[in-house]
Design a protein around this ligand. Structure first.
Ligand code: IPM
Ligand code: MG
Length: 371
């Protein structure tokens, strides 16, 4: 398969983690005889610095004509601490999502057996947790009208949704539930918010088309508690933009590190793949950032194009690296590997066409000499 992939490394640790994903995708292309072309463009704070715009037109054009976008991270503390800043890096990502029509952000979350003790949550509560969050991505309070009074003493953000916006992401969530444990939980605040009541009404109506899926509802405050108390109850979660942003960061605690969580943002045409974590500016250039979230996002990219065997090889390689503790500092505190070394390891596992590393059940991990 031929794929044109736009690579937007962005800010902070974005470039170093994205580099590892490109390495992994190149190894996949080589092994499975695909042609992947990569073209880089600036986004975020770096784009503001060079071109005065967090999403330059040239970057947007590149993304529009690409088959997929591989996105790194966005954000810089010099803007976080300056509420009066007129342009902000995050605007680049938000505009990109809107312009590409990426209305569904898909975030899988699972507990890795080997990392149960990495999570601050009790192992017995999280073992076996496996869910997928469908977050609406181009509506709600993120995109509603924003105002600040002239005297600077009041401000507002409007939360606005249409039935169509709810339906299109809900369809994807229901379809996903049909391929999993057939349970869908809508997270909202329908006891208070008008938009949440519209979500409930619309999703309840839609559920009639998916009779094999059991639909239930949780208020977001309760859901935040349930995510910690009993995350195993969740299969597919559907929620609006801001609740999804918050709940998915919270859910990342189950996996033991936010550096493991991948995501895909899809619409009717384009698709973008990015880790859920931020730009982690304190770690930029230090080689300590975990590239796995970005690499698993690349696996989602492969899956998006129906390259299931290829995606599986990447996911297996990640599992092997976790088994062997060939991991960055967030997971392997005492004997950690650098961002690049983890990428190199995954590349070698993928390039191991003999398959003996992946298929050999009796592999003696301790004796591997691959790096
Ligand atoms: C995310 C991020 C973004 C969001 C920021 C960087 C704008 O937190 O993708 O979850 O809030 O959507
Ligand atoms: Mg977020």
């Amino acid at each position: 398969m031929k794929l044109n992939i736009a690579v937007l490394p962005g800010d902070g640790i974005g470039p170093e983690i994205t580099q590892q994903s490109v390495k992994v995708l190149k190894a996949v292309a080589e092994r499975f005889d695909h042609e992947f072309h990569f073209e880089e463009a600036a986004v975020g704070a770096v784009a503001i610095d060079i071109l005065g715009d967090p999403l330059p037109d040239s970057t947007l054009e590149l993304c529009k004509k690409a088959d997929a976008v591989l996105f790194g991270a966005i954000g810089d503390p010099k803007y976080d601490n300056d509420p009066s800043a007129k342009v902000r890096p995050e605007q680049g990502l938000l505009k990109l999502r809107k312009e590409l029509g990426l209305y569904a952000n898909i975030r899988p979350v699972k507990a890795y057996d080997k990392l149960l003790d990495r999570s601050p949550l009790k192992a017995e509560n999280i073992q076996g947790a496996n869910m997928i969050i469908f977050r609406e991505l181009t509506g709600g309070i993120y995109f509603g009208e924003k105002t600040t009074a002239e005297d600077g003493r009041s401000a507002s953000d409007l939360c606005f949704y249409t039935v169509e916006e709810i339906e299109r992401v809900a369809h994807l969530a229901f379809k996903s539930a049909q391929t999993r444990n057939k349970k869908l939980t809508l997270i909202d605040k329908a006891n208070v918010l008008e938009t949440s009541r519209l979500w409930r009404k619309t999703v309840t109506e839609l559920a009639k088309q998916y009779e094999d899926v059991q639909l239930d509802f949780l208020f977001v405050d309760n859901a935040a508690m349930q995510m910690i108390l009993n995350p195993k109850q969740f299969d597919v979660i559907l929620t609006e933009n801001m609740f999804g942003d918050i709940i998915s960061d919270e859910a990342s605690v189950i996996g033991g590190s936010i550096g493991l969580l991948e995501s895909a943002s899809v619409g009717d045409g384009n698709a973008l793949f990015e880790p859920i974590h931020g730009s982690y500016p304190q770690a930029a250039g230090l080689g300590i950032a975990n590239p796995v979230a970005s690499i698993l996002s690349a696996a989602m990219l492969l899956e998006h194009f129906g390259l299931h065997d290829e995606a599986l090889v990447v996911k297996k390689a990640v599992e092997i690296s976790i088994q062997l503790n060939i991991c960055t500092k967030d997971i392997n505190k005492d004997n950690h590997y650098s961002t690049e070394k983890v990428g190199d390891f995954l590349e070698s596992v993928i390039s191991d066409t003999e398959n003996h590393m992946i298929n050999n059940e009796n592999l003696n991990f301790g004796q591997m000499t691959i790096i």
